[in-house]
Design a binder for this molecule. Sequence first.
Ligand code: GRF
Length: 204
Amino acid sequence: MGKTKRIAVLISGRGSNMVSIVERLCSEKEPVGEVVFVFSNITDAQGLEKAKNFGIETLSFSHKIYSSRKEFDEAVASEIEKRDIDLVCLAGYMRLLSKGFIRKFRNRIMNIHPSLLPSFTGLDAQGQAFDWGVRYTGCTVHFVDEELDHGPIILQRTVEVLQDDTKESLTDRILEMEHQIYPEAVDLYCRDKLKVEGRKVSII
Ligand code: GRF
């Protein structure tokens, strides 16, 4: 295993997945990684306060002050590069990434999506699954590529849809699972245990 990995988390809202990653990394006996930077495109995102309470450096500026996605992403990428980041974790980051950003950090950007990909990509994945009437849904951690919710899958966990579920109760149980698999995937990355070949990720 190499040096302790430096991790940036990009958020737009509540930041509960970011917290689950931070807590897991803090609980390791031998540190394998550290969240050193939390960025948000939403200047009053709740998760920013949570990150500050952990003593993590935060930064936020709105995409609205940039004339294009490309320019905004270049500004975010340059903040990430300044901090010598190994891994970028998207955690409820409600922005599509430009191709340039993805190329810069190829196989070093992870995302969590609240469905069993490739089913139910895009917004409101839990609602889509609920309305479809599937018996099982879940969540997926994957590397990010140029297409939405599409890159190589790292970990998935299933959640059963119960007869008396509402969209909200289902969403809550999926979120509990997200909080287990995202930190697990980050931990594997930090220990150099993820090998990506095409679409396939092996755990070594
Ligand atoms: C999660 O459900 C995640 O899967 C989705 O957005 C939500 C973010 O929640 N991408 P939080 O900000 O991590 O609490």
